[in-house]
Design a protein around this ligand. Structure first.
Ligand code: C5P
Length: 239
């Protein structure tokens, strides 16, 4: 059995804000109410590693930089950010087996030195539907491709994947109970879906087998982000 995790451990808030000041303000307010802070490309490119170190005084950080390059470049880029010991890092599974193995080797070596980072692979971006994949020259169904890439990522040493909550059940069945599934596109009941197309509620995502839930705007743009996070934690606890 995987280790038990509390709703708090499972809740990841996406800090999709452009400045360190806004990110730190949210991190401070949400301290003790979320399990992890997600720093994406926008914030990392603007503010860099110094901000990550400051955020880590409030909660562990998921560095969502989605590396995709040749194996050596990805390995070296990972080694550069692993100095920060983020809780999670990620790469694109579509970088291929050699790249995934190089990324896994970098994370494994970091853990052998006492680090605690885990590696996730992004399967198929949810912005790519069947039509878009077709235009890229693929006849695959996005959900089938996500499952295929999840199995590949697991074989190449990744700890888990980023996937749509709607694909979580099939990936959980295909990759086993210990494989980590991080799912964005989460909307509590009664909250605007905004630009997300296929959303699940926190309770549904947990039932589908998600390990971590990424929630952004329903918390960060709520009139009271702390109350919004607490409501989500309650929903998760009661599922
Ligand atoms: O605000 P919202 O809850 O939609 O934010 C979701 C976060 O998850 C954003 O940082 C977004 O970039 C990210 N994400 C996503 N869908 C994916 C992968 C990542 O929404 N397939």
């Amino acid at each position: 059995m995987p280790e038990p995790m509390s709703p708090l451990d499972r809740l990841v808030v996406a800090l999709d804000v452009p400045t360190a000041r806004e990110a730190l303000d949210l991190a401070q307010r949400l301290s003790g109410r979320v399990g992890m802070l997600k720093v994406g490309l926008e914030l990392f490119c603007a503010e860099g590693p110094a901000l990550v170190r400051e955020l880590q005084t409030h909660a562990p950080v998921f560095l969502d930089l989605k590396f995709h390059d040749i194996p050596t470049t990805v390995k070296r880029a990972l080694e550069a950010v692993l100095v920060l010991n983020p809780r999670l890092v990620n790469v694109h599974a579509q970088g291929g087996p050699a790249m995934l193995e190089a990324a896994s080797a970098a994370v494994r070596a970091h853990r052998e030195r006492g680090g605690t980072t885990e590696l996730l692979a992004v399967t198929v971006l949810t912005s790519l539907d069947r039509v878009a994949l077709g235009r890229l020259g693929s006849t695959a169904d996005p959900a089938d491709m996500a499952l295929h890439l999840s199995k590949l990522a697991k074989k190449c040493g990744a700890d888990g994947v980023v996937c749509s909550a709607q694909e979580a059940r099939a990936i959980r069945e295909g990759c086993g109970e210990h494989f980590r599934l991080l799912t964005p596109g989460i909307r509590p009941q009664g909250v605007s879906v905004q630009d997300q197309a296929r959303v699940l509620t926190p309770a549904q995502a947990l039932r589908e087998g998600a390990t971590w839930l990424v929630v952004g705007r329903p918390i960060t743009q709520a009139p009271d982000p702390v109350a919004a996070a607490e409501a989500i934690l309650l929903e998760m606890a009661g599922q």
